[in-house]
Design a protein around this ligand. Structure first.
Ligand code: HEC
Length: 231
């Protein structure tokens, strides 16, 4: 067992014990936000901001995709994500939040054997749960501007949200998309454009997830057409 496996076994035990204690200590379950107060956060859209984090970091093969469903958690669609492990309005009582935010000896329990979620992604998930964990449908907060396509402002954050959960290092299947050189090579010399456009003969990316929006694909195409600069 490597250190992060040990840590996650220990953490599972702790979560189990705290669960039993809290069940005995309190006859009522944890606080759940009433349905009429689950209004969401106007700056968070489930499909656009939250689902890609789960698809990229959790719904991998042997982990939480539909065919693996490790520990009973399938984390590639709204219904299954909220079915187990999310208590609307109460991040602290949500098993999914506990596992991604709890660190033991500075190792997070989940994602196992993979980098921590970024502070930005953790904050989005916490706010999404706190405001009711709703599937907000059409995303009015999305501003995708096809005239904006710098590496640091647009391309790198997009890779972080949609791709780096799987493509976190050169050793990852399909290679790294976690630094400028790797992204540039995949985009300019590699198969990235065909993959994200779901072109015939390519591997549809993000693997198992929803296709990027047209506007996002346009931003990547324009960046490549501009010579894929490190700007
Ligand atoms: C859930 C995991 C996962 C996510 C998320 C993901 N990929 Fe992949 N990717 C893979 C795997 C696995 C491969 C290896 C080929 C295969 O098995 O399909 C791969 C291969 C690739 C390759 C190598 C060329 C090829 O076609 O094999 C590129 C380029 C790529 N992915 C781009 C992306 C981009 C861009 C994103 C984000 C928009 C992304 N991937 C998101 C798992 C993922």
């Amino acid at each position: 067992m490597n250190i992060s496996k040990k840590v996650s076994v220990l953490a599972s035990l702790l979560l189990g014990i705290t669960g039993i204690i809290s069940m005995n200590a309190c006859r009522h379950g944890p606080y759940v936000l009433p349905v009429n107060l689950r209004v969401g956060d106007p700056n968070i859209c489930f499909e656009h901001d939250i689902l890609p984090i789960f698809q990229s970091n959790c719904a991998k093969s042997n982990c939480h995709d539909a065919s693996s469903g490790a520990s009973g958690y399938v984390l590639d669609n709204y219904a299954d994500i909220v079915k187990k492990g999310i208590v609307p309005g109460n991040p602290a009582a949500s098993k999914i939040w506990q596992s991604i935010s709890m660190k033991i000896f500075n190792v997070s329990v989940m994602p196992r054997d993979a980098p921590l979620l970024s502070a930005k992604d953790l904050d989005l998930i916490r706010r999404w749960i706190a405001t009711g964990a709703i599937d907000s449908g059409a995303c009015s907060n999305i501003t995708c501007d096809t005239t904006a396509f710098t590496y640091s402002g647009t391309i790198a954050p997009m890779m972080q949200t949609y791709c780096v959960g799987c493509h976190n290092s050169a050793a990852a299947s399909g290679g790294s998309l976690n630094d400028y050189t790797s992204v540039m090579q995949a985009a300019v010399n590699g198969r990235m454009i065909g993959d994200i456009s779901h072109s015939p003969g390519y591997n549809a990316m993000p693997l198992g997830g929803s296709m990027l929006e047209d506007c996002q694909i346009t931003q990547i195409r324009k960046w490549v057409a501009a010579g894929a600069p490190n700007n």
